[in-house]
Ligand binder design. Structure first.
Ligand code: FES
Length: 144
């Protein structure tokens, strides 16, 4: 049911942990299952130089977070904001449809961490919130 890439990133996840001096931290929850995710980003001149995650989530959430953190490293924050959960799932050779909601955690965690980075710099977070599935009016970061 899972691709080899999903199994690889689940059994050997990349970038698990914390970044002590992170420039942006995203804390999100998945309303469908109650699982939670924390993403840490180290950002220099708007380029993501390091990314780590911690999750209390299922295997698909672990695999997508592992892949998503790999994909955003080296990208600018603007490029990272365009990373969709579909793109992350495709990079893993697909997820079963019932597990697609799990990939929202990684996408939203990254967006929340970038929003935190913008806020810390006193910049507007409008750019972050214009992306779908991300809500500026409450803390849940997830509206469908
Ligand atoms: Fe909750 Fe997958 S079941 S993130």
């Amino acid at each position: 049911m899972y691709s080899e890439k999903v199994m690889d990133h689940f059994t050997n996840p990349r970038n698990v942990g914390e970044i002590a001096d992170a420039d942006g931290i995203g804390n999100v929850g998945n309303p469908k299952c109650g699982d939670i995710m924390k993403i840490y980003l180290k950002i220099e001149n708007d380029v993501i130089v390091d990314a780590k995650f911690k999750t209390f989530g299922c295997g698909a959430a672990v695999a997508t977070s592992s892949m998503a953190t790999e994909l955003v490293k080296g990208k600018t924050v603007e490029e990272a904001l365009k990373l969709t959960n579909q793109a992350v799932a495709e990079a893993l050779d697909g997820l079963p449809p019932v597990k697609m909601h799990c990939s929202n955690l990684a996408e939203e965690g990254i967006k929340a961490a970038i929003a935190d980075y913008y806020e810390k710099q006193g910049r507007s977070t409008d750019e972050v919130f214009k992306f779908s599935g991300f809500c500026s009016s409450c803390d849940c970061h997830h509206h469908e």
